[in-house]
Write a protein that binds this ligand. Structure first.
Ligand code: BTN
Length: 149
């Protein structure tokens, strides 16, 4: 009887650990998009605040591209199931800012996809030029496969 109880306890702990390890859409990790840009979400706190780093593959600015910080919110649901999110990238090599909003989807094979829309705001010198200051577009992100060493 004791042995059976211990066995069931170990089994339930193992299953619990497994379900945690396959939890989807918590955003933490490395992602790549359809332009070849990469981003890393470093941490998501208990309120859904997150921070990370963005390496864009393209730029509107002639300066050398540098890794730039991002901060955002993940809309936490319980369980985490295809949540919406938003984040802002503060470009460190140009006087520009980008905001992204989107949703994490999981397909039948468990593959996660971040479908996003973004606004990119570049610095303009005058209000007359303001009309040309903003671009809009979409990006699709998938998890970056681990590189072999
Ligand atoms: C700049 O050009 O001043 C900063 C880089 C902007 C990169 C944009 S943000 C939207 C789009 N998605 C990307 O991954 N990169 C571009």
């Amino acid at each position: 009887m004791v042995q059976a109880t211990v066995f069931l306890l170990v089994l339930s702990l193992a299953l619990g650990a497994h379900s945690l390890s396959v939890e989807k859409c918590n955003l933490i990790g490395n992602w790549t998009n359809d332009l070849g840009s990469n981003m890393t979400i470093l941490a998501v706190d208990e309120k859904g605040n997150f921070a990370g780093l963005y390496n864009t593959s393209v730029a509107d600015h002639p300066n050398k591209i540098q890794q730039s910080p991002l901060v955002g919110f993940l809309h936490l649901t319980n369980p985490i199931d295809q949540p919406t999110f938003g984040f802002t990238v503060n470009w460190t090599f140009s006087e520009a800012t980008s905001v992204f909003t989107g949703q994490c989807f999981v397909d039948k094979d468990g593959k996660e996809t971040l479908k996003t829309i973004w606004l990119f705001r570049r610095h303009m010198n005058t209000t007359e030029d303001n009309w040309a200051g903003t671009l809009v577009g979409t990006n699709v992100f998938t998890r970056l496969k681990k590189q072999k060493e």
